[in-house]
Design a protein around this ligand. Sequence first.
Ligand SMILES: [Zn+2]
Length: 258
Amino acid sequence: MPTWLRHCCALTTLAAACGAALGVQLVDEPRSLGWSAAEVAGAASLQQTLAQADAAGALGCERHCGRLARVFDRLLEPAREQTPQAAQLPWALTVVRLPDVAAYSLPDGQVVISESLIDDRDLSDEALAFVLAHEMAHSILEHERQLLTVGRLLLPRQVDRSVHDMYVEFAHNFGLLKTLEPVLHQGEFEADELGLLLAALAGYAPRRQIEFMQNEVADDDQRRAVSATHPPPLERLERLQSLLPLAVRLHEHSGRSR
Ligand SMILES: [Zn+2]
């Protein structure tokens, strides 16, 4: 079981016993992180993506407006139940139509997705729920703050650094980024796993959700960058498959079947 997942046996027993929609808290709030959540959130912005989309006339949804709104809305309730911080975030979905943007999220709960991703991968509602829930999981688990905290520990201690200083380091210090690769990969595994469970709680069938990763494995050309932010798709799929029994039970007893 993933280390971030809290008392999963009790959760499934409770869910099975109730047999109706109920709040299920899967994670503990991250602790002992550097900077405040507000400082980290304040350093992030969608500005670059918005400007790029605006210049290309590609801002906003066109072909998938209804289901994007519906899927994101269904995910909000289980997302907000996870931590006090997640309950307070100003969750919002921004849609663009840019081929070089897939999906990402900011620490303050803003999620960005491109309709190009939905069309290119022909995403079902379940696969779309997995992608959006994966991004929301990054915000819930405060992965950006974790990465900044670990990064600062790897740099000389005598120098005070702001969040902005750390981003300058990330942009120019390849050795630091390479050293942080295992932290990045762990964050992706955790976002996959929490994303799968959140979408299951929202009523999306887990086996159909992971078709997204099965397709990623099928399309994997095995070429790897010198420094990769994401683990290989096959490893991600294997981790998701190992979590399927729990995800299926949460889905069956979520009371939120589609
Ligand atoms: Zn991710």
